[in-house]
Design a protein around this ligand. Structure first.
Ligand code: FAD
Length: 492
């Protein structure tokens, strides 16, 4: 009579709600605990999961298998081609193992909720007790509402209520205990599950050897690394976060997003640890820690939004009138944006940073999303998809939310008439051009302020000589065109 924990994007032992509950049930009944993971290539394709993220998850599984093995808990892994097959397969495996209890953490995207709903039905029909847990958000979606009982659409108000909720309900920041050694005799009963091979990445999601080792160096595997990074970041950079987080060359942010995305780190642990170093305050002491906590809260916010307005996960804009914006579909310009060859140094540096690191600084994510959707007036959904296909931290809700912000079509967006000037952004957030020189080698020898706009500031010969492209649009004219299109759509 085994107990099963089904791992998804919660690849950690530390502070994992469903795993903790599964372990408790196994311990109470002296049953063996089995861990399960199913990879679906169709799912990875549908979510446009990047090869870098697939690789990180598979590496994390290897680590997890070792850590679980030390506790005598087997991790059974397999590949199911179609995602539709997964709920039935989970039930079949439970039956095969004689398991009457199944635990998993809930994922809030639309397809995942449908899958979970199907699993609830199938488990009920087959006499399996399925306990889905809320784990990925610090505050469970649905618990925060305005005085009129509505979901907040503005972050500032939502964040206030998020903080108030956590002050009133400190147990939401309580970290779940890790499992101990298997209460049942899994090594005897399920010996064959212990040497299970970690699935291969599907063919269209594979990395070259060079990419694999590059990403592994940038993002060493697993939850131990994530917890160490968290502590080190808070200790060394937390207090300077508020002042330095927007300076793109400064490396003042945590770069923990890959670990949140694979589930190697829980947001609850992140906030609880930041609160601890903030002398146990959630509302004062150091603005650096508080700002960082508010950034982690953005991750919760976008998941709450998605749960409340699920149509946002179906390529729809938050406000219906934004559907009427007439976008351009210029392939060459899109390609120039993807390749970091727009002639706008900060935009190009950022796009090349993403190509190299599968990660981009938050400030430049805002700049390049605004550039794509306003300066080029290209459909923001193309940018959203390109990000998912390339980011190691690709997360549907945060990415969708970020694109909604940048393109002024989302919930709590930047107002459409506030259009980032990419050269001004460059001067403000990369004042000495260090970031640009790092990522755009053609401009390395450009001196001083010309780095932000070489063709207009006396460095045309150097830029040309090294093959750096001229700007593909003029910002002032593009800005007028974007304003006109937005106004036209909103007036209809
Ligand atoms: P830190 O500054 O150290 O922040 C800590 C954590 O807070 C992050 O790891 C992240 O989990 C969360 N966070 C910070 N800012 C945001 C935000 N604006 N929205 C949601 N969560 C936030 N984040 C992703 O995790 N996945 C994405 O696919 C993603 N796509 C984005 C697309 C666009 C167009 C924009 C503007 C933002 C996007 N973000 C996304 C949010 C943000 O850029 C990244 O979370 C952040 O840059 C990650 O770096 P970090 O871990 O050093 O962040």
């Amino acid at each position: 009579n085994a107990v099963v924990h089904w791992f998804k994007r919660d690849l950690r032992l530390h502070d994992n709600r469903a795993l903790h509950l599964a372990y408790q049930t196994a311990r109470e009944n002296q049953n063996p605990l089995i861990a399960l993971y199913i990879q679906s290539p169709q799912d990875l394709a549908a979510h446009i999961t990047s090869p870098a993220q697939v690789d990180l998850s598979l590496r994390t599984l290897r680590q997890l298998q070792r850590d679980l093995g030390e506790l005598d808990i087997p991790l059974y892994m397999e590949t199911q081609e179609t995602r539709k097959a997964i709920p039935r397969r989970v039930v079949e495996l439970c039956q095969q193992w004689g398991a009457k209890h199944l635990y998993a953490n809930i994922e809030y995207e639309v397809d995942e909720l449908r899958r979970e709903a199907k699993l609830v039905r199938l488990c009920a029909e087959n006499d399996i007790h399925f306990a889905p847990s809320h784990d990925t958000c610090v505050v469970t979606p649905g618990l925060l509402a305005s005085q009129q009982g509505r979901q907040y659409a503005v972050f500032t108000w939502w964040f206030r209520s998020w903080l108030a909720f956590l002050k009133e309900n400190p147990d939401y920041l309580e970290v779940s205990e890790e499992p101990g050694s298997n209460p049942g005799d899994a090594r005897g009963q399920f010996a064959n599950l212990f040497n299970c091979a970690v699935p291969e990445a599907p063919r269209n999601k594979q990395l070259s050897d060079e990419e694999k080792s590059r990403f592994e160096k940038l993002y060493p595997t697993g939850e131990h690394e994530a917890l160490q990074r968290l502590e080190k970041f808070l200790e060394e950079k937390g207090r300077g976060y508020e002042a330095g987080r927007n300076i793109v060359a400064k490396e003042q942010t945590s770069v923990l997003s890959p670990y949140f995305a694979s589930g190697a780190l829980s947001a609850r642990t992140a906030v609880a640890t930041a609160k601890r170093v903030n002398k146990n305050h959630l509302d004062r002491y150091d603005q650096g820690y508080m700002t960082w906590i508010s950034e982690v809260a953005w991750r919760d916010f976008y998941k709450h939004v998605l749960v409340h307005w699920p149509f946002m996960g179906m390529n729809k804009c938050f406000k219906p009138e934004h559907t009427d914006i007439e976008w351009e579909y210029d392939e060459e310009q899109f390609q120039a944006w993807c390749d970091g060859k727009t002639g706008f140094p900060l935009v190009d540096a950022a796009m090349r940073q993403m190509r190299h690191m599968a990660w981009m600084h938050n400030r430049t994510r805002m700049v390049v999303s605004s550039f794509l959707s306003k300066d080029l007036l290209l459909d923001w959904r193309r940018g959203e998809q390109y990000f998912m296909a390339n980011l190691i931290d690709g997360d549907f809700a945060s990415n969708h939310g970020g694109w909604g912000f940048g393109s002024s079509t989302g919930v709590d967006p930047q107002p459409y008439f506030r259009i980032f000037n990419p050269i001004r952004q460059s001067e403000r957030f990369d004042p000495d051009g260090q970031y640009i020189r790092r990522w755009v080698p053609e401009l390395r020898s450009v001196q001083g302020n010309a780095i932000h706009d070489p063709y207009d500031r006396g460095a045309a010969a150097t830029a040309e000589k090294h093959g750096y492209p001229r700007p593909i649009v003029q910002h002032a004219a593009s800005r007028d065109r974007a304003l006109e299109r937005f106004k036209r759509a909103l007036k209809k």
